[in-house]
Ligand binder design. Structure first.
Ligand code: HEM
Length: 368
């Protein structure tokens, strides 16, 4: 019955440790004016307050549809639920007169060289990231929100995510579907100075005042060609990431968190120069050339049209500056050997709203 407080300077679900289960769902807003958008954000905040706190389910009446799905019984458990709300560039079109309030770098995600973006899996006015300890809790939360907002939100795309149970329980680095530890190189979320520098928008950033305390979100739905990967020799797999598959250590080192020592390996004898880790984080300016915080989940759908496993990664990262964060890092990765095994097909850029305090609703600053 763990409660993750939804109030605070920042929203939960960003530096919060990643729970095992997730749903990412993007919506278009049906409101036509600013008042309608305000009503939508107020109702969303109310639902988030209730769902993340938990408590007795509302009372049924036999002549009315049950107010709750019943999925969690009569006492709704908080179950570590966090719901993070982010807005897309389309929210800042002429509908709500918010053009001047758009976070400066928020735009529609453009395709990178290896992408095969499918419009049905991209963008949206709002993105919700729901994370909790069990699948039924995130499903219950999404059903609750959809049930309460039939005239306010139209779902656009949805992807379920999961992490290995053992990693979450033992707070170790989760293993992705390629079988590699994923998250080792992340900055330390307990280091608030680092989080202020890399993740949260503040006075250092040239952004509208309301955006302070928020964060840019880059989410990418990336399909893996796992059948092909599973026939690839171990040495090649390790060279592609630059890390040992079992320990997660940089190649040539012993422990997961060992420094790769790139300066002593200028020609990439140990860790190949074109490996994922070295391109993503060349460590040319000390640590964190990649100015972002990753919080990705695996996904598993059915089969692709060609009868292969449809599995991959919901890559998601948070940053105070989208250009120096995701976009610059992705450009360093363009053309990497890993591309032979991955195909990004959806996602988008969003801006996670600042946190709420007191009786405010999420996005109140934006609509003031
Ligand atoms: C590191 C997997 C996409 C940025 C890693 C590592 C793995 C991995 C296994 C090494 C362990 C670690 O430090 O976390 C993947 C997979 C991807 C993917 C399977 C997609 C199919 C991306 C994207 C970006 C990115 C799109 C950003 C644009 C990074 C960064 C590191 C990293 C910054 C840290 C490198 C370090 O500090 O050593 N990734 N990644 N990755 N990845 Fe990715």
């Amino acid at each position: 019955q763990q409660v993750v407080p939804y109030r605070g300077q920042h929203q939960a679900g960003i530096t919060t440790p990643a729970a095992q289960e997730a749903i990412f769902i993007a919506f278009d807003v049906l409101a036509r004016d600013r008042q309608g958008l305000q009503a939508t954000l107020q109702l969303l905040t109310e639902r988030i307050a209730f769902l993340t706190q938990g408590g007795p389910a509302p009372v049924d009446h036999p002549k009315m549809p049950p107010p709750d799905s019943g999925l969690l019984g009569s006492n709704i458990s908080a179950d570590g639920l966090s719901i993070t709300v982010a807005v897309g560039a389309s929210l800042f079109d002429q509908r709500f007169g918010l053009q001047a309030q758009r976070p400066r770098q928020l735009s529609q995600m453009q395709a990178f060289a290896n992408d095969a973006l499918d419009a049905a899996w991209c963008d949206g006015d709002l993105l919700l990231q729901c994370c909790a300890h069990s699948r039924e809790t995130v499903i219950h939360a999404v059903r609750d929100i959809i049930k309460h907002c039939p005239d306010k939100l139209a779902a656009r795309w949805k992807m379920d995510g999961f992490l290995p149970a053992g990693a979450v329980r033992h707070s170790s680095t989760p293993i992705n579907l390629f079988g590699f530890k994923d998250g080792t190189g992340n900055p330390d979320t307990a280091d608030s100075a680092q989080m202020n520098a890399l993740v949260w928008v503040d006075d250092k950033d040239q952004e509208p005042a309301w955006a302070k305390g928020g964060s840019y979100v880059a989410i990418r739905l990336i399909r893996f060609t796992l059948e092909q990967w599973d026939r690839t020799p171990l040495g090649e797999q390790q060279g592609i990431f630059g890390r040992d598959k079992a320990s997660g250590a940089p190649l040539g080192k012993t422990h997961e968190f060992d420094d790769p020592g790139f300066a002593a390996d200028p020609h990439g004898q140990q860790v190949p120069l074109d490996s994922h880790m070295r391109r993503a984080e060349p460590r040319q300016h000390g640590r964190h050339d990649a100015r972002l915080l990753r919080r990705s989940y695996s996904y598993s759908l059915g089969l692709t049209k060609s009868g292969q496993l449809d599995m991959g990664l919901v890559f998601i990262c948070f940053q105070s500056n989208l250009q120096t964060g995701f976009i610059a890092t992705q450009h360093r990765l363009d053309g990497e050997p890993l591309e032979e095994y991955i195909k990004p097909f959806g996602g988008g850029y969003f801006f996670a709203l600042p946190g709420v305090s007191g009786s405010d609703y999420l996005g109140a600053g934006l609509l003031q």
